[in-house]
Design a protein around this ligand. Structure first.
Ligand code: GLV
Ligand code: MG
Length: 283
Protein backbone atom coordinates (compact mmCIF):
# COMPACT_ATOMS: atom_id res chain seq x y z
CA UNK A 1 0.00 0.00 0.00
CA UNK A 2 1.33 3.43 -0.91
CA UNK A 3 1.79 5.93 1.86
CA UNK A 4 1.29 9.46 0.59
CA UNK A 5 0.20 12.27 2.89
CA UNK A 6 -2.93 13.97 1.65
CA UNK A 7 -3.91 16.36 4.43
CA UNK A 8 -4.09 19.27 1.99
CA UNK A 9 -4.83 18.91 -1.73
CA UNK A 10 -4.82 22.33 -3.38
CA UNK A 11 -6.66 22.96 -6.67
CA UNK A 12 -5.05 25.35 -9.13
CA UNK A 13 -6.67 26.38 -12.44
CA UNK A 14 -4.78 24.61 -15.22
CA UNK A 15 -4.83 27.70 -17.44
CA UNK A 16 -3.15 30.02 -14.94
CA UNK A 17 0.64 29.88 -15.27
CA UNK A 18 1.32 32.25 -12.36
CA UNK A 19 -0.84 30.30 -9.93
CA UNK A 20 0.70 27.00 -11.02
CA UNK A 21 4.18 28.40 -10.40
CA UNK A 22 3.18 29.66 -6.97
CA UNK A 23 1.60 26.32 -6.05
CA UNK A 24 4.88 24.51 -6.62
CA UNK A 25 6.42 26.36 -3.67
CA UNK A 26 3.52 26.00 -1.20
CA UNK A 27 3.37 23.66 1.76
CA UNK A 28 0.41 21.56 0.60
CA UNK A 29 0.78 17.77 0.41
CA UNK A 30 -0.74 17.59 -3.09
CA UNK A 31 -1.38 20.02 -5.90
CA UNK A 32 -4.29 19.36 -8.25
CA UNK A 33 -3.90 21.13 -11.59
CA UNK A 34 -7.46 21.51 -12.79
CA UNK A 35 -8.51 20.95 -16.38
CA UNK A 36 -12.21 20.56 -15.55
CA UNK A 37 -14.56 23.17 -14.10
CA UNK A 38 -12.01 25.95 -13.51
CA UNK A 39 -11.13 26.04 -17.22
CA UNK A 40 -13.57 27.46 -19.82
CA UNK A 41 -14.24 25.35 -22.94
CA UNK A 42 -12.30 27.70 -25.19
CA UNK A 43 -9.15 27.17 -23.13
CA UNK A 44 -9.22 23.40 -22.62
CA UNK A 45 -6.50 22.63 -25.19
CA UNK A 46 -4.23 25.44 -24.06
CA UNK A 47 -4.62 24.47 -20.39
CA UNK A 48 -3.74 20.85 -21.14
CA UNK A 49 -0.52 21.89 -22.91
CA UNK A 50 0.38 24.27 -20.11
CA UNK A 51 -0.24 21.62 -17.44
CA UNK A 52 1.91 19.09 -19.31
CA UNK A 53 4.75 21.59 -19.62
CA UNK A 54 4.62 22.94 -16.06
CA UNK A 55 4.27 19.48 -14.51
CA UNK A 56 7.50 18.40 -16.15
CA UNK A 57 9.46 21.64 -15.77
CA UNK A 58 8.77 22.89 -12.24
CA UNK A 59 10.40 21.58 -9.07
CA UNK A 60 7.51 20.13 -7.06
CA UNK A 61 9.66 18.85 -4.18
CA UNK A 62 7.96 16.00 -2.36
CA UNK A 63 4.46 17.05 -3.34
CA UNK A 64 2.07 14.68 -5.01
CA UNK A 65 1.29 16.21 -8.40
CA UNK A 66 -2.24 15.50 -9.61
CA UNK A 67 -4.31 16.66 -12.56
CA UNK A 68 -8.10 16.79 -12.46
CA UNK A 69 -9.11 15.65 -15.92
CA UNK A 70 -12.38 16.44 -17.61
CA UNK A 71 -15.04 13.77 -17.15
CA UNK A 72 -13.63 10.67 -18.85
CA UNK A 73 -16.95 10.24 -20.67
CA UNK A 74 -16.30 13.45 -22.67
CA UNK A 75 -14.02 14.03 -25.66
CA UNK A 76 -11.92 16.43 -23.56
CA UNK A 77 -11.51 13.79 -20.87
CA UNK A 78 -10.43 11.18 -23.41
CA UNK A 79 -7.83 13.57 -24.84
CA UNK A 80 -6.65 14.41 -21.30
CA UNK A 81 -5.95 10.73 -20.57
CA UNK A 82 -4.18 10.26 -23.86
CA UNK A 83 -1.92 13.26 -23.53
CA UNK A 84 -1.19 13.07 -19.79
CA UNK A 85 -0.19 9.40 -19.79
CA UNK A 86 3.43 10.06 -20.83
CA UNK A 87 4.04 12.81 -18.25
CA UNK A 88 6.40 11.16 -15.74
CA UNK A 89 6.22 13.65 -12.88
CA UNK A 90 2.43 13.40 -12.85
CA UNK A 91 1.57 11.09 -9.95
CA UNK A 92 -2.21 10.90 -9.87
CA UNK A 93 -5.30 11.67 -11.89
CA UNK A 94 -8.31 13.12 -10.11
CA UNK A 95 -11.36 11.80 -11.95
CA UNK A 96 -14.48 13.99 -11.61
CA UNK A 97 -18.05 12.68 -11.72
CA UNK A 98 -16.90 9.07 -11.38
CA UNK A 99 -19.80 6.71 -11.88
CA UNK A 100 -18.31 3.35 -12.85
CA UNK A 101 -15.33 1.01 -12.62
CA UNK A 102 -12.16 2.97 -13.50
CA UNK A 103 -9.86 0.02 -14.16
CA UNK A 104 -9.68 0.88 -17.85
CA UNK A 105 -8.45 4.40 -17.00
CA UNK A 106 -5.71 2.89 -14.86
CA UNK A 107 -4.77 0.42 -17.58
CA UNK A 108 -4.62 3.21 -20.13
CA UNK A 109 -2.55 5.63 -18.05
CA UNK A 110 -0.76 3.68 -15.30
CA UNK A 111 -1.44 6.64 -12.95
CA UNK A 112 -2.90 6.42 -9.44
CA UNK A 113 -6.53 7.49 -9.47
CA UNK A 114 -8.53 9.69 -7.11
CA UNK A 115 -12.19 9.60 -8.19
CA UNK A 116 -14.59 12.29 -7.00
CA UNK A 117 -18.06 11.17 -6.00
CA UNK A 118 -20.30 14.03 -7.09
CA UNK A 119 -23.43 12.58 -8.62
CA UNK A 120 -26.25 10.43 -7.29
CA UNK A 121 -25.14 7.65 -9.69
CA UNK A 122 -21.57 7.90 -8.40
CA UNK A 123 -22.69 7.47 -4.80
CA UNK A 124 -24.82 4.47 -5.76
CA UNK A 125 -21.79 2.90 -7.47
CA UNK A 126 -19.15 3.84 -4.92
CA UNK A 127 -18.42 0.22 -3.96
CA UNK A 128 -17.45 -0.57 -7.56
CA UNK A 129 -15.51 2.68 -8.02
CA UNK A 130 -13.26 2.27 -4.97
CA UNK A 131 -12.49 -1.34 -5.96
CA UNK A 132 -11.20 -0.31 -9.42
CA UNK A 133 -7.52 -0.98 -10.03
CA UNK A 134 -5.30 2.04 -9.37
CA UNK A 135 -7.74 3.85 -7.10
CA UNK A 136 -5.74 5.16 -4.15
CA UNK A 137 -8.14 7.67 -2.55
CA UNK A 138 -11.64 9.02 -3.09
CA UNK A 139 -13.10 12.49 -2.66
CA UNK A 140 -16.47 14.24 -2.60
CA UNK A 141 -17.69 17.10 -4.81
CA UNK A 142 -20.49 18.70 -2.82
CA UNK A 143 -21.49 21.34 -5.39
CA UNK A 144 -21.96 18.93 -8.28
CA UNK A 145 -23.58 16.45 -5.92
CA UNK A 146 -26.12 19.09 -4.84
CA UNK A 147 -26.81 19.80 -8.51
CA UNK A 148 -27.23 16.10 -9.23
CA UNK A 149 -29.86 15.60 -6.53
CA UNK A 150 -31.48 19.06 -6.94
CA UNK A 151 -30.43 20.02 -3.39
CA UNK A 152 -28.53 22.98 -1.94
CA UNK A 153 -24.74 23.28 -2.02
CA UNK A 154 -24.60 24.58 1.56
CA UNK A 155 -26.51 21.56 2.78
CA UNK A 156 -24.37 18.99 0.92
CA UNK A 157 -21.12 20.66 2.02
CA UNK A 158 -21.97 19.32 5.48
CA UNK A 159 -24.11 16.25 4.74
CA UNK A 160 -23.13 13.53 7.25
CA UNK A 161 -24.89 10.73 5.36
CA UNK A 162 -22.92 11.20 2.13
CA UNK A 163 -19.66 11.87 3.97
CA UNK A 164 -19.97 8.81 6.17
CA UNK A 165 -20.88 6.68 3.15
CA UNK A 166 -17.68 7.83 1.43
CA UNK A 167 -15.50 7.22 4.49
CA UNK A 168 -16.92 3.71 4.98
CA UNK A 169 -16.51 2.75 1.30
CA UNK A 170 -12.92 4.03 1.26
CA UNK A 171 -11.81 2.52 4.56
CA UNK A 172 -13.44 -0.83 3.73
CA UNK A 173 -10.89 -1.26 0.92
CA UNK A 174 -7.97 0.44 2.70
CA UNK A 175 -7.88 3.68 0.70
CA UNK A 176 -8.09 7.29 1.90
CA UNK A 177 -11.23 9.45 1.91
CA UNK A 178 -10.50 13.15 1.22
CA UNK A 179 -13.15 15.72 2.20
CA UNK A 180 -14.74 18.28 -0.18
CA UNK A 181 -13.61 21.83 -0.92
CA UNK A 182 -15.01 24.73 1.15
CA UNK A 183 -16.06 27.65 -1.02
CA UNK A 184 -16.33 30.63 1.37
CA UNK A 185 -12.81 32.05 1.53
CA UNK A 186 -13.74 34.67 4.14
CA UNK A 187 -15.14 32.12 6.58
CA UNK A 188 -11.90 30.84 8.13
CA UNK A 189 -13.68 29.52 11.22
CA UNK A 190 -16.25 27.68 9.11
CA UNK A 191 -13.44 26.05 7.15
CA UNK A 192 -11.71 24.88 10.33
CA UNK A 193 -14.97 23.59 11.80
CA UNK A 194 -15.71 21.60 8.64
CA UNK A 195 -12.17 20.19 8.54
CA UNK A 196 -12.37 19.11 12.20
CA UNK A 197 -15.71 17.42 11.53
CA UNK A 198 -14.25 15.65 8.49
CA UNK A 199 -11.30 14.37 10.50
CA UNK A 200 -13.65 13.16 13.23
CA UNK A 201 -15.61 11.19 10.59
CA UNK A 202 -12.40 9.52 9.36
CA UNK A 203 -11.28 11.63 6.39
CA UNK A 204 -7.49 11.87 5.88
CA UNK A 205 -7.49 15.38 4.46
CA UNK A 206 -9.35 18.03 2.53
CA UNK A 207 -9.36 19.34 -1.00
CA UNK A 208 -8.71 23.09 -1.03
CA UNK A 209 -9.30 26.04 -3.32
CA UNK A 210 -6.97 28.67 -1.84
CA UNK A 211 -3.41 28.75 -0.42
CA UNK A 212 -4.76 30.35 2.79
CA UNK A 213 -6.47 27.03 3.62
CA UNK A 214 -3.29 24.93 3.46
CA UNK A 215 -1.85 25.50 6.94
CA UNK A 216 -5.19 24.93 8.68
CA UNK A 217 -5.73 21.65 6.80
CA UNK A 218 -2.19 20.46 7.58
CA UNK A 219 -2.73 21.23 11.24
CA UNK A 220 -6.22 19.75 11.56
CA UNK A 221 -5.29 16.49 9.81
CA UNK A 222 -2.16 15.95 11.94
CA UNK A 223 -2.36 14.52 15.46
CA UNK A 224 -2.61 17.24 18.15
CA UNK A 225 -0.11 17.38 21.08
CA UNK A 226 -2.93 16.49 23.53
CA UNK A 227 -3.82 13.41 21.43
CA UNK A 228 -0.18 12.33 21.38
CA UNK A 229 0.08 12.73 25.16
CA UNK A 230 -3.07 10.61 25.56
CA UNK A 231 -1.73 7.99 23.12
CA UNK A 232 1.61 7.68 24.92
CA UNK A 233 -0.18 7.35 28.28
CA UNK A 234 -2.51 4.66 26.94
CA UNK A 235 0.31 2.64 25.41
CA UNK A 236 2.40 2.76 28.56
CA UNK A 237 -0.44 1.82 30.89
CA UNK A 238 -1.88 -0.81 28.55
CA UNK A 239 1.43 -2.60 28.24
CA UNK A 240 1.89 -2.51 32.02
CA UNK A 241 -1.64 -3.83 32.56
CA UNK A 242 -1.01 -6.61 30.06
CA UNK A 243 2.02 -7.63 32.13
CA UNK A 244 -0.40 -8.08 35.06
CA UNK A 245 -2.71 -10.14 32.80
CA UNK A 246 -5.29 -7.30 32.78
CA UNK A 247 -6.91 -6.28 29.49
CA UNK A 248 -8.77 -3.20 30.74
CA UNK A 249 -8.11 -0.36 33.19
CA UNK A 250 -9.21 3.21 33.82
CA UNK A 251 -7.27 6.31 32.74
CA UNK A 252 -8.53 9.75 33.86
CA UNK A 253 -11.80 8.07 34.79
CA UNK A 254 -12.34 6.46 31.36
CA UNK A 255 -12.19 2.77 30.54
CA UNK A 256 -9.27 1.79 28.30
CA UNK A 257 -9.00 -1.60 26.59
CA UNK A 258 -7.63 -3.20 23.40
CA UNK A 259 -9.36 -0.86 20.94
CA UNK A 260 -7.99 2.26 22.67
CA UNK A 261 -4.52 0.73 22.49
CA UNK A 262 -4.97 0.29 18.70
CA UNK A 263 -6.22 3.89 18.34
CA UNK A 264 -3.23 5.14 20.35
CA UNK A 265 -0.79 3.18 18.19
CA UNK A 266 -2.31 4.61 15.03
CA UNK A 267 -2.11 8.17 16.36
CA UNK A 268 1.61 7.78 17.01
CA UNK A 269 2.14 6.29 13.57
CA UNK A 270 0.26 9.28 12.10
CA UNK A 271 2.52 11.64 13.98
CA UNK A 272 5.64 9.92 12.56
CA UNK A 273 4.24 10.45 9.07
CA UNK A 274 3.27 14.08 9.51
CA UNK A 275 6.23 15.34 11.51
CA UNK A 276 8.70 15.23 8.62
CA UNK A 277 6.00 15.76 5.93
CA UNK A 278 7.40 12.50 4.58
CA UNK A 279 6.12 11.08 1.31
CA UNK A 280 7.09 7.44 1.11
CA UNK A 281 6.68 5.46 -2.05
CA UNK A 282 4.85 6.59 -5.12
CA UNK A 283 8.01 7.37 -6.97
C1 GLV B 1 -16.25 20.08 -6.77
O1 GLV B 1 -15.85 19.65 -7.81
C2 GLV B 1 -17.66 20.18 -6.47
O2 GLV B 1 -18.45 19.86 -7.38
O3 GLV B 1 -17.99 20.58 -5.36
MG1 MG C 1 -17.42 19.20 -9.22
Amino acid sequence: MLSVLRRSQLYVPGNNEKMIMKASSLDCDSVILDLEDAVPSAQKERARSLVRKMTSELDWGKKEVCVRTNSVATRWGKADLDQLRPVDRLDSLVIPKAEEDLTRVYKQTGKRLIPIIETAEGLEEIGTIVCSRGVDAVSFGAADFAFSVAGSVDSYLENPYVKTRIVVAARSVGIEPIDNVFFDLKDREGFRRQALHARALGFSGKQLIHPSQVSVANEVFSPKPSELRWARGVIKQYERAKGRAEGAFSLDGKLIDAVHYKIAKRLLKGSDRTSGNEHEGGR
